[in-house]
Design a protein around this ligand. Structure first.
Ligand SMILES: [Fe+2]
Ligand SMILES: [Fe+2]
Length: 144
């Protein structure tokens, strides 16, 4: 497995949780459980990705701005998660914020998969791509 396959697998988990989350209503256990699962996935993924994907790209001139942009989006995602935590789950505002979060995350995943993966593919050699996948997966598995 290379780093791209490892990240894409987890992006698919996020997409699935987001689809399910915006299909929930009111102050229900389903909504709360899905939100907690999504929050954990997003947080762990951002941490693992910053350590084992973005960070090794920052010293590369060509990638620096992209890496910074990606990390800035992780912070925007964090802010939407916080906004959801601070909104009453049975208010109509909650679903609105959840939909914003879904849109923001989906846009970010697209950016990573379509732009970032292609460009960084020229920076890492195939051994590095495999080693990063091992480190990335170790981080995810030891924190899940
Ligand atoms: Fe990301
Ligand atoms: Fe990602």
């Amino acid at each position: 497995m290379n780093i791209y396959e490892a990240i894409r697998n987890d992006h698919d988990i996020q997409r699935d949780l987001l689809d399910k989350l915006v299909d929930t209503s009111g102050d229900t256990k389903t909504r709360s459980d899905l939100f907690k699962a999504l929050r954990k996935e997003l947080t762990l993924h951002a941490n693992a990705e910053e350590r084992h994907f973005y960070k090794p790209l920052i010293p590369t001139d060509m990638m620096q701005d992209y890496a910074r942009h990606g990390i800035a989006e992780h912070h925007e995602i964090d802010e939407l998660i916080e906004a959801l935590e601070n909104t009453e789950m049975d208010s109509s505002a909650w679903l609105k914020v959840a939909k914003n979060l879904k849109e923001k995350v989906e846009h970010h995943l697209e950016d990573e998969e379509h732009t970032f993966f292609q460009l960084s593919g020229k920076v890492f050699d195939s051994n590095q791509k495999k080693e990063l996948a091992i480190k990335y997966n170790n981080y995810m598995n030891s924190h899940r």
